[in-house]
Design a binder for this molecule. Sequence first.
Ligand code: GDP
Length: 366
Amino acid sequence: MEDIYCQGCGAAIQTANPDEVGFTPESALIKEIVLCQRCFKLKHYNEIQDVSVTDDDFLKMVSEIRDVEGLVVHLIDIFDVNGSMIQSLARIIGDKPIILVGNKVDLLPKSTNKQKLINWLKKSAKDAGIKVKDVYLISSIKGHGMDELKEAIETMRDNQDVYVVGTTNVGKSTFINRLIQQSTGDKNVITTSYFPGTTLGFIEIPLDDHSVLIDTPGIVNKQQMAHYVSKNDLKIITPSKEIKPRVFQLNNQQTLFFGGLGRIDFIKGDKQSFVCYFSNHLSIHRTKLENAGKLYEEHVGELLSPPDETTRTTLPGLVQSTFKIREEKMDVVFPGLGWVMIPEVNTTVVVHSPRTVAVSIRPSLI
Ligand code: GDP
């Protein structure tokens, strides 16, 4: 096939993979103006669809705009901060200012201390080497926080373009679709490529007569839990409504299983209540520590589910890390799954989680 480029985003057209940049069904190739499916949907339905690229490809793509001025809006999923923070961001975007946006706040219990969450996001960004100008919390689905964010973007972009970046599954399409609806109504928003002939796969949405908001493809981050679980399991572990804390009074030498995807062993400390914040659909199972290994071996995928059969073929094995809790009220965070609040000091826990997904602790958000 001779190289054809999408007239919307400039991506090289391909007919093999619908989830990747430039996909077009073969039947659409005969048209005079060829658009990739993503641009086609935007043009005809005013709707953004996510496509994905690997971190390496993103690096190549973005290096072409390294020296262009603009504001970067980095969207992350507050349920998977570790998995949705783009570690290489600072390196690849040059010195553009960055706003960090935590999406999906509608899922947090009402009692969540938003300021503590913001502080933690700032710290997580700093640990990843990303300098952020500011942090905002939003729900792209419910619209919470969108007005404040839009104002901040308007102020900070200083008449420059805005690049929206994020890993897959953080809600980037939902976010951009809401922006499109709010700012353009039913108007046809697609513009011709800003970077003709390149394969950036960037989509532009006009902000005013001179500047645009650019949707970049979602990056596939191997640390994201979403990449290791089947579609069905993803539905179970992703909260769909505000999460309800579940409280377990535990003695030491007891274990909690979160489906079969995570586990916490209470090794040392006084009897206390562990408060668990996970999708309401994920089952939590309590057992004696001495029985936990056997229970997992015999019942993973049944009593302890997810993982379903598909997930079990892709999920990395569980590994352990030990945490000694030295301050009151700390959260043990399982990225992509949820967290457990441990109320008391001098508590030791051993946490089991998939090898690629790094568990961490933070001061409790509640
Ligand atoms: P993308 O891959 O980054 O484009 O993500 P999508 O926009 O497709 O969203 C991924 C999943 O997250 C979908 O199931 C969305 O419904 C969900 N989602 C996106 N934004 C929000 C939000 O603000 N709150 C909640 N609860 N879910 C969201």
